[in-house]
Write a new protein. Structure first.
Ligand SMILES: [Zn+2]
Length: 319
């Protein structure tokens, strides 16, 4: 492994003890569990070491990952600000005129600014590691349980790991990211405790957590969160909340989903290439377009109790 930050700080995800490593396996010198390495990637997942349900599927998923590519650096995007990189390079499918995406672009840009140079960052549930290229000034490490979707490209993942059993020693990181992951973990309290454990005292956590989103990545979609649920979740598990901000007002959530559902349903029902489906799709797009435009402009007048996402900033309590 060429990354010293990873090499010097990995631990057994089960007992948090030390490792004896070879090129192909990690053997815990405390609890003696053995963890494989697949395509050079450590698979530090308790149920794999214990050969439990799903371990063969996870190993197969790890084995089929494309070769790890380098992270596209922001230096490739010279002259662009973070928000432009976010919308034009990383998430081209997000329309920056949509209220909640505009909000997210701003928050991600603030986050990139708040993370100091050379800060150690663990992206938990990093998926396609989209945020890595906004954080090339920091020391970014990615972890994910790579089997959650076959539509995603997990080739940048450093360590295959479970968010509820993170294989890093205590107090290694300055920043922990948990971006649209909390709805997918079976035990959110355990996940937040693990985030707190791997952070240095005073370390920062950034989380993006949905209140309103359709089921996705099924069957790995377990819950949604209110503002007050998020507050309890973090405060009971080692953090102090700095802020919890809703991404948009109620009208935008309602219109955004109404419009999305009305437009996609005919294509699902009649097929993407059928004239009937396309005509219904265009019909709904035309009918609902003025409402979408109105909701974008007037979002601030409608209550904050029905946002699509919450953006959370929390700091690890100093014991
Ligand atoms: Zn162990």
């Amino acid at each position: 492994m060429e990354n010293k930050l990873i090499e010097n700080n990995l631990c057994c995800p089960v007992c948090k003890g030390g490792f004896l490593t070879s090129n192909t396996v990690f053997v815990c010198n405390d609890c003696e569990l053995t963890f494989p390495c697949v395509q050079g990637r450590p698979i530090l997942v308790p149920f794999v070491a214990e050969k439990g349900d799903g371990s063969d599927a996870l190993l197969a998923a790890a084995d089929s990952l494309p070769v790890r590519k380098g992270v596209p650096s922001v230096t490739n995007y010279q002259g662009m600000d973070v928000e432009s990189i976010f919308f034009e390079k990383l998430f081209r499918q997000f329309n920056r005129r949509d209220t909640h995406w505009a909000f997210l672009g701003r928050k991600v840009s603030e986050m990139a600014e708040k993370i100091p140079k050379n800060a150690t960052v663990l992206d938990i549930g990093a998926g396609e590691c989209k945020y890595a290229s906004l954080l090339t000034h920091a020391r970014y490490v990615s972890a994910d349980l790579v089997s959650s979707s076959d539509k995603h490209d997990f080739s940048l993942i450093d360590i295959v790991a479970d968010a509820s059993a993170i294989p890093f020693r205590d107090k290694v990181f300055d920043v922990a990211l948990n971006l649209v992951v909390m709805e997918h973990v079976p035990d959110p309290a355990l996940t937040v405790r693990e985030m707190s454990r791997i952070l240095k005292p005073g370390g920062l956590a950034f989380a993006l957590i949905p209140l309103v989103r359709p089921e996705h990545l099924v069957p790995f979609d377990f819950q949604r969160f209110t503002r007050y649920g998020i507050q309890q979740l973090f405060e009971n598990n080692g953090f102090q909340i700095n802020s919890i901000e809703g991404s948009n007002g109620a009208l935008w959530t309602a219109i955004y989903y109404a419009s999305g559902i009305a437009k996609t349903q005919p294509l699902r029902r009649y097929g993407r290439r059928s004239i009937r489906g396309i005509l219904w799709n265009r019909f709904w797009a035309t009918i609902l377009w003025p409402l979408v435009v109105y909701a974008r402009m007037s979002d601030q007048f409608y209550g904050g109790e029905f946002p699509i996402y919450f953006w959370v900033q929390a700091v690890k309590k100093v014991q």
